[in-house]
Design a protein around this ligand. Structure first.
Ligand code: NAP
Length: 259
């Protein structure tokens, strides 16, 4: 499905799933705003897209900073001339139970994973409603659907993303704005490598044992999530709104450990 002439903002697209989203939208003809705190990495993503014949720009943003989300949307509108698709991808994760979670970690998780999704979406909807429509895709998590040991802040934040998705889909269905989420399972990015590193032991062995518990017996590549985001943002999903699509190799289909 072509996104020629469309403009797409992907939060947290300096690496991982966000970078893959930026690449697939650009490969489909969209002009993409790449964003995040790490400017060298963001500029490298843009350079890769441009080298492949696509169009992209970089706008730095630390989404924890008050006003940063509204500024990022304003910058995108100013520099790209519109905003057809918003992908709320930026996210952080602390591994800790409630007693180990500091106030700072709780608040930072909510700031990046929840508040930024709301502020970016609200700013995008202001524009999209006036422009006659648009699409928002939120990157939630299978851990927003189910609980997970030692991840109370992260799971709470991703549950909130799913509810933001449902409520904004209902509120803006008649504005021509579709709002959906994907719930990734185990995707091989820096985030998963960090979790495995905290667990200690041989990283390759940890990866193997993680993969062994997934029905499809493997982790996903970031692009496998990005293509689902691409579908939900596209006209092919024209009657889909308020949905959460698991992209998890079958994890959500099981009630317990997969044999
Ligand atoms: N990997 C998985 O298995 C998995 C599973 C379920 C859900 N997810 C979700 O998928 C999304 C992407 O995760 P990933 O695995 O690709 O993680 P990642 O490789 O760690 O990438 C996270 C992205 O978020 C950005 N980010 C973090 N804090 C930010 C801040 N304060 N301001 C602006 N940008 C910020 C980072 O950019 P900078 O460092 O440049 O700021 C980076 O581009 C997250 O929402 C995550 O919760 C991942």
């Amino acid at each position: 499905m072509s996104f020629a002439g469309k403009t797409v903002l992907v939060s947290g697209s300096t690496t991982g799933i966000g970078e893959a989203c930026a690449r697939v939208f650009a490969a489909s003809g969209a002009t993409v705003m790449v964003s995040g705190r790490n400017e060298p990495r963001g500029r490298a993503v843009v350079a890769g897209i441009v080298a492949a014949g696509g169009r992209a720009e970089f706008a730095g943003a630390d989404l924890r900073v008050p006003g940063a989300c509204e500024s990022l949307v304003a910058t995108t509108l100013e520099r790209l001339g519109g905003l057809d698709v918003l992908v709320n991808n930026a996210g952080i994760l602390y591994t800790a139970d409630a007693l180990q979670t500091s106030d700072e970690q709780w608040l930072e998780t909510m700031a990046v994973n929840v508040n930024a999704v709301f502020y970016l979406s609200r700013a995008a909807v202001r524009h999209m409603r006036a422009a006659g429509g648009g699409a928002i895709v939120n990157i939630a998590s299978e851990w927003g659907l189910n609980g997970e040991v030692n991840h109370v802040a992260y799971c709470a934040s991703k549950g909130a993303v799913i509810q933001i998705t449902r409520c904004m889909a209902l509120d803006h269905a008649r504005d021509g704005i579709r709002v959906n989420s994907v719930c990734p399972g185990e995707i091989h990015t820096r985030m998963v490598d960090d979790i495995l590193a905290q667990q200690g032991g041989e990283p390759a062995e940890r990866l193997r044992s993680l993969a062994a518990g997934i029905p499809m017996r493997r982790l996903a590549a970031p692009a496998e999530v990005a293509w689902c985001v691409h579908f939900l943002a596209s006209g092919r999903a024209s009657y889909v709104t308020g949905a959460n699509l698991p992209v998890d190799g079958g994890n959500d289909a099981t009630a317990g450990p997969y044999p």
